[in-house]
Design a protein around this ligand. Structure first.
Ligand code: PXL
Length: 288
């Protein structure tokens, strides 16, 4: 076999919700399918995620976050990316900041998905303190991927569910950029009736890109995590912003269509599995 380049390595810091396909159960397969090693730091163990279920079990793994990072640091392994999502508490934000300090090298991409809210509301058991927590964390991030609700909470701007005009979206991106990240991608943006997608801006070049698709009725749980996992992994492999955005969006749209076609209960998460072969094919073409 001919010589291969070094395998990119990512630290994925999320909870492990055992049923309902979000956070680590989504990040691990998707990051791996992108051709990036996914080293997991589980922040909590839940029987299900907290959207649409009740009576879930919850084990806090906060005490393991920094020791895992310290051990990896002592081994001298380098990380091309650190990708975080949902946090179970404000305190976990501080621990994650410490883990980032330990694991970050000169060229490490830090991707923070401030997963705390959707549809104008915080997730169960989370509140305004999470906004402050993510504002602090975002100062350490190169890339952020909030949805519309999270973007509004982080900037203090009014949440609008409906069609979003260009001035409103640009102001959201401007204000999020003031928090420090060099790349902002907002999901769940609707620039015209019946279409929804992602708008991104690279603040180093000033380049804006967007990708919109037909909306399917209602909310698909876990779609933010499926998008962010693919987007983060594609950028870690060195995809351009345009390619990462198009490929991640195409993948999440295919996964949503499969979920709708199968009438999978929305709280069970996206049926992304069947969309993986085409996604892997696209990755192969992008990176060969
Ligand atoms: O998909 C975001 C997410 C992650 N982890 C847990 C959640 C949610 C959203 O509800 O509850 C535990």
């Amino acid at each position: 076999m001919k010589k291969l380049p070094k395998l990119p390595r990512m630290a994925a810091v999320h909870d492990l919700s055992c049923l309902g396909k979000c956070s680590l159960t989504v990040a691990l397969p998707i990051v791996s399918a992108t051709g990036v090693e996914c080293c997991c730091i589980p922040t909590a163990l839940l029987s299900t995620h907290t959207g649409g279920f009740t009576d879930w079990t919850f084990t806090d793994l906060s005490g393991d976050i920094v020791p895992i990072a310290e051990h990896w640091h002592s081994l001298g392994v380098g990380f091309d990316a650190i990708y975080s999502g949902y946090l179970a508490s404000e305190a976990q934000g501080k621990l994650l900041e410490r883990a980032i300090e330990l694991l970050r090298g000169e060229n490490t991409l830090v991707i923070v998905d401030p997963a705390m809210a959707d549809n104008g509301r915080y997730y169960a058991n989370l509140g305004e303190t999470m906004t402050e927590c993510f504002r602090g964390l975002i100062k350490k991030a190169d890339i952020i991927t909030p949805n519309m609700t999270e973007a509004c909470f982080l900037t203090g701007m009014e949440y609008r569910p409906g069609v979003h005009d260009e001035a409103y979206v640009t102001e959201l991106i401007d204000r999020l950029s003031e928090l420090g990240p060099s790349l902002v991608a907002i999901t769940g943006v609707s620039t015209e009736n019946g279409r929804v997608g992602i708008v991104a801006r690279d603040n180093r070049s000033g380049k804006m890109c967007s990708v919109m698709n037909k909306t399917l009725d209602g909310m698909f749980h876990g779609s933010g995590d499926v998008f962010a996992s693919a987007f983060a992994a594609l950028l870690t492999r060195g995809a351009t912003l345009d390619d990462a955005l198009d490929t991640a969006e195409e993948f999440v749209t295919a996964a949503i269509e499969r979920t709708a076609a199968r009438a999978t209960p929305r709280r069970n998460g996206l049926d992304f599995e069947g969309a993986l072969p085409d996604y892997i094919d696209t990755c192969r073409k992008l990176f060969e």
